[in-house]
Design a binder for this molecule. Structure first.
Ligand code: KG4
Ligand code: ZN
Length: 386
């Protein structure tokens, strides 16, 4: 099979990204334009601003990805783009541009599920390291700002299928990081700030009750087992809105609000605060709260994922998505996975968060299968992965 050079385009949330990947196994270029500075004053992503920023960035970002790859538009074999899930207006910018390119260049167009992209970022980097031997079944935890999903991933020749065995019932884990950082006046996005601050607090200072997920099985029992009513298989769902509310109550009952407001105001002066700047603005109680929050989230993610791995007897674990960049999460998965003899693979930190290399990599099996998208396909903000 000759090499295939695929241009990936990603615009589902607050990063405009383009990348060229060879045959799903070699990263040739990877350009990401972040919108953090645009959304920072609002403490979260503002969809209208995201679309506008994508419009502004898409052409230069794609040009840069081609220039860094030393490729021309003509030398590409296909154009791949994120179809969903994501923000409708944001997705449409990438899709419209990818369609225009594919039409003008007469190249195949490939539509990719963003969540499948996160899974393929792991595969891309493993192949790049020369690791082609993957033991199945594979369990993938996709944990990001919009998603906390567990999939059993299977490969049949060139095509991949995904079976969801767990997802969040409310907030995604990354969303919890972002909301908690916001309510502690720590800025946006919350994950990276909490990641840096947590080692400076006591993770055992504050105990949060574990999330209660109730589910009756089809015989009407409610014995604490969580089962899928469709097929009686165990489910491993998550819930993170309770811990966010618990932190809000803690802030109120410990009269921390004035300090939170002062911190928010001081941090607004920085575009990229250094760790020392952040530490100077946090008292012991805040650091303990941050560390205890992160520990609770990490324990829940690792505990449920490993329980799912045991229940489905999986041979390999992938952990991917923005939250997979978290140091404590990575270390805990590695340590606990090793205890069970379970190999755990993560993307490098730059490929954990949103990027287009993962889109180009996930497109390669579809390229081989000639699974091309029609010119009239549209964005699917709620697209599911199967
Ligand atoms: O995958 P991603 O870039 O976008 C989505 O598909 O959502 O993930 C972004 C999310 C944000 O919620 C951000 O706070 C979180 O990932 N995140 C982190 C870290 N870096 C990014 N969470 C915890 N620790 C980090 N180091
Ligand atoms: Zn993502």
């Amino acid at each position: 099979m000759p090499d295939a050079y695929i241009l990936g385009i990603e615009s589902s949330c607050d990063e405009t990204a383009a990348a060229v990947v060879r045959s799903g196994e070699q990263l040739i270029s990877n350009v990401v334009a972040s919108q953090i500075a645009t959304h920072q004053p609002y403490g979260g992503v503002v969809p209208e601003l995201a679309s506008r920023e994508h419009l502004r960035a898409i052409v230069p970002v794609v040009r840069q990805a081609l220039a860094e790859a030393k490729h021309t538009y003509e030398s590409l074999d296909a154009i791949a783009v994120t179809r969903g899930p994501g923000l409708a207006g944001a997705l449409l910018v990438g899709i419209s541009y990818a369609k225009a390119l594919a039409f003008a260049l007469d190249k195949p167009l490939i539509a990719v599920n963003h969540l499948e992209g996160h899974i393929h970022s792991v595969l891309l980097e493993e192949r790049q390291k020369g690791n082609y031997e993957l033991q199945f079944p594979v369990l993938a935890l996709v944990v990001s700002g919009g998603h906390t999903h567990l999939y059993l991933a299977a490969q049949n020749h060139d095509s991949w299928t995904y079976d969801n065995i767990g997802h969040t019932r409310d907030d995604a884990a990354g969303e919890a990081f972002d909301k908690v950082a916001k309510l502690l006046g720590l800025g946006y996005p919350g994950g990276p700030v909490i990641d840096r601050l947590a080692p400076h607090g006591n993770p055992y200072a504050i105990k949060f009750p574990p999330a209660q997920i109730k589910n009756r099985d089809r015989r009407g029992r409610n014995d604490g087992r969580v089962v899928d009513p469709k097929d009686d298989r165990p489910r491993f769902d998550f819930s993170y809105s309770g811990i966010k509310t618990a932190i809000l109550r803690f802030v109120e009952s410990h009269e921390m609000q004035a300090a939170v407001d002062a911190r928010r105001e001081s941090l607004a002066k920085f575009t990229k605060p250094k760790l020392d700047d952040l530490l100077a603005l946090c008292d012991r109680q805040t650091l303990d709260l941050v560390a205890s929050f992160q520990r609770a989230i990490v324990e829940d993610l690792v505990g449920k994922t490993l329980a799912a791995a045991r229940a489905f007897d999986v041979a390999t674990l992938f952990v991917t998505g923005g939250v997979a960049a978290n140091q404590e999460l990575r270390q805990t998965f590695e340590r606990e996975g090793a205890k069970e003899g379970l190999p755990v693979y993560f993307p490098s930190r730059p490929l954990s968060t949103d990027n287009a290399a993962m889109i180009a990599a996930a497109a390669y099996p579809k390229f081989l299968a000639k699974d091309f998208a029609p010119m009239d396909f549209s964005a699917e903000p709620g697209l599911q992965l199967r």
